[in-house]
Design a protein around this ligand. Structure first.
Ligand code: SF4
Length: 427
């Protein structure tokens, strides 16, 4: 089952609509300015402080992965010395996420409206849309031609890569350099594009700001809803490799993960990979977890960009972890020595577990590395690899031990570096 769904109560303003609940948008997709204006978009600019207070009171958190409070980030850019720059970040590096590309292709005016509002709140006169997807670029350029925003907006294209959407990589690329993370501090809000204080905001975050401005009476609900990309293994490996049984859905805050699995035909799943590759593997009890940053963090996971990959009983979590670690090792930007050696060592050790060749010393090293490596790279890639390992060991100890001395059939051929298992097509 592949499609676009809304689980928001009827009448609640969402980003996939206006659509009846459960309906799919037209194949043509997109929105023109007249449709967007008729739906309340590009409303007169609010007083910046009032809009910031609305965002803070509604508790909007960034949707790029870290879940940082949006109002805090906006205020930090506003208060930094210098003329600010605002960036709509549409480069989603997680292979299992499609929400940002979908929004740019189908809702470019919502993103541009959010960028206009972010500029008003931070005092910026210059904006930028940062992306790698060619259809998204065409949709954004079309929308820019009819966008009434009083803001100079550039489009900057990058190569797609896991780390290309990290905020310091975004700044480097816009400044003409490689799309690679840099050491922090300074953070972009202190010194970003051209040295100016810079807001790098995920495109879903900006689209939600625009919806909140158009519907302040529903600000809490808009801030709490999430776009989620749902995928998983399907009946055959070939289907899985082509993104079978995937969905993009908009769901209210707190929706249980089991509901999401059922929604996209993965009701038989018995475990889940959270946050794209960032939130780790989760087994027993995962079905009752709610879609909530804090609750998922408390469970040792992370919501990240809202991508969930469901595993079925016939799947082997060791094979999934091995493929995820191999992909992350291949995607390392090879700037930080600890990341190059750390992700490589994690991937190699997991591959030996998958082949049935690992001994107690190997699993001991995996335990140790998964505790020692987080936080030591310039970006979150190393943390993601370490969390995959930590959660595999914590939640599936019997499955790991079961590989002692012999590989399971599901692990045969595990560890392709291309992330094929996790890649989802844009619906
Ligand atoms: S942690 Fe890894 S991916 Fe991130 S900047 Fe350093 S080398 Fe690159």
């Amino acid at each position: 089952m592949t499609g676009v769904f809304s689980l928001l109560p009827d009448g609640r303003p969402g980003l996939l609509g206006p659509l009846p609940s459960g309906a799919r948008p037209s194949a043509a997709g997109g929105e023109d300015a007249s449709r967007y204006l008729a739906a309340g978009g590009y409303a007169p600019l609010p007083a910046p402080d009032r809009m910031l207070d609305l965002i803070a009171a509604a508790g909007l958190r960034g949707r790029g992965g870290a879940g940082f409070p949006a109002a805090v980030k906006l205020r930090a850019v506003r208060d930094a010395p210098g003329r600010a720059v605002v960036v709509a970040n549409g480069e989603e590096g997680e292979p299992g996420s499609v929400k940002d590309r979908w929004l740019l292709r189908h809702r470019p005016h919502a993103v541009l409206d959010g960028l206009r509002l972010a500029a008003a709140m931070t005092g910026a006169e210059r904006g930028c849309v940062y992306l790698s997807d060619a259809p998204a670029e065409r949709a954004v350029r079309r929308a820019l031609a009819e966008c009434p925003a009083d803001l100079c907006i550039d489009v900057v294209r990058t190569e797609h890569a896991y780390v290309a959407g990290e905020e310091s990589a975004v700044v480097r690329r816009i400044d003409g350099g490689p799309a690679l993370p840099r050491a922090k501090p300074p953070r972009p809000f202190e010194s970003g594009v051209g040295g100016a204080p810079t807001l790098v905001a995920n495109v879903e975050t900006l689209a939600r700001v625009a919806r909140m401005h158009a519907h302040p009476e529903a600000a809490d609900a808009v801030a709490g809803a999430h776009l989620v990309t749902l995928s998983g293994t399907s009946r055959t490996r070939a289907e899985t490799d082509t993104g079978g049984a995937t969905a993009l859905a908009e769901v209210p805050a707190g929706t249980r993960l089991k509901v999401l699995a059922d929604l996209c035909g993965h009701g038989a799943a018995d475990s889940v990979l959270l946050g794209g590759l960032f939130g780790g593997l989760h087994g027993a009890g995962w079905t009752d977890l709610p879609l909530d940053h804090d609750r998922l963090s408390a469970a040792g996971g992370a919501l990240g960009c809202g991508a969930l990959h469901f595993l079925h009983p016939r799947d082997c979590p060791v094979a999934v972890a091995t493929e995820a670690a191999a992909y992350l090792a291949a995607q390392s930007a090879r700037q930080c020595g600890v990341c190059v050696s750390g992700t490589g060592a994690l991937a190699a050790a997991l591959a030996s577990v998958a082949r049935g060749e690992a001994d107690a010393e190997t699993t001991g090293k995996l335990h140790r590395w998964s505790r020692q490596l987080p936080g030591r790279g310039a970006c979150g890639l190393l943390d993601a690899a370490a969390r995959i390992v930590a959660t595999l060991l914590a939640h599936f100890p019997d499955r790991v031990d079961g590989h002692r001395g012999s590989a399971c059939p599901a692990c045969a051929g595990a560890a392709p570096e291309d992330g094929r298992r996790f890649t989802v097509p844009v619906p």
